[in-house]
Write a protein that binds this ligand. Structure first.
Ligand code: HEC
Length: 143
């Protein structure tokens, strides 16, 4: 029966599309629980928390960058874009409250609460984390 044949072809095509759509969805960035790092080591925190998106040198080319809707900022050019002055306060604000305030950017995490989580909710340790991380980002600046 030709009609039956066509129906089953249509059915299997739509099943196939379903699988393709699911696979496209799973190619999203994998969200993993935040790892413990030393608050004393800016490089350890940067490589663990920031490099997946921003890249090891901060240039915005980490392994997860391609799957983000908004490209990760080039953190090695923050000083260059600010008349040669590294904008430490700007970075500190973003780390505490996210890009563009409390709601953040869909692709850039709000780090304040996450740092608090890995610091036993101790705000002076959070402050040490932010300050060491900022020193490390400052060391990545290109001329
Ligand atoms: C999941 C990917 C991802 C991770 C992980 C990530 N970022 Fe980002 N970041 C982004 C994206 C995307 C933007 C651009 C957001 C926008 O413009 O809306 C951004 C923007 C920024 C900016 C703003 C730069 C500017 O020009 O004002 C700073 C600063 C920043 N990130 C620092 C960090 C630091 C420090 C870490 C690690 C603690 C980190 N990010 C981890 C994706 C990420």
């Amino acid at each position: 029966m030709p009609t039956k044949f066509f129906r089953s072809v249509i059915l299997s095509t739509s099943l196939l599309l379903g699988v393709v759509a699911c696979e496209a969805q799973t190619s999203q960035v994998k969200k993993e629980p935040i790892q413990m790092t030393s608050p004393a080591s800016g490089s350890e925190m940067f490589n663990s928390y920031c490099a997946p998106c921003h890249g090891k040198e901060g240039k915005g080319n980490g392994p997860a960058a391609a799957s983000l809707k908004i490209p990760p900022a080039n953190l090695a050019e923050l000083a260059k874009k600010n008349e040669g002055k590294f904008p430490a306060d700007h970075v500190a604000n973003i780390l505490r409250s996210g890009v563009g305030g409390a709601h953040g950017s869909p692709d850039m995490p709000v780090w304040g609460p996450l740092f608090s989580q890995v610091s036993g909710r101790n705000d002076s340790i959070v402050q040490i984390r932010i300050s060491n991380l900022i020193h490390y980002i400052e060391s990545l600046q290109v001329k």
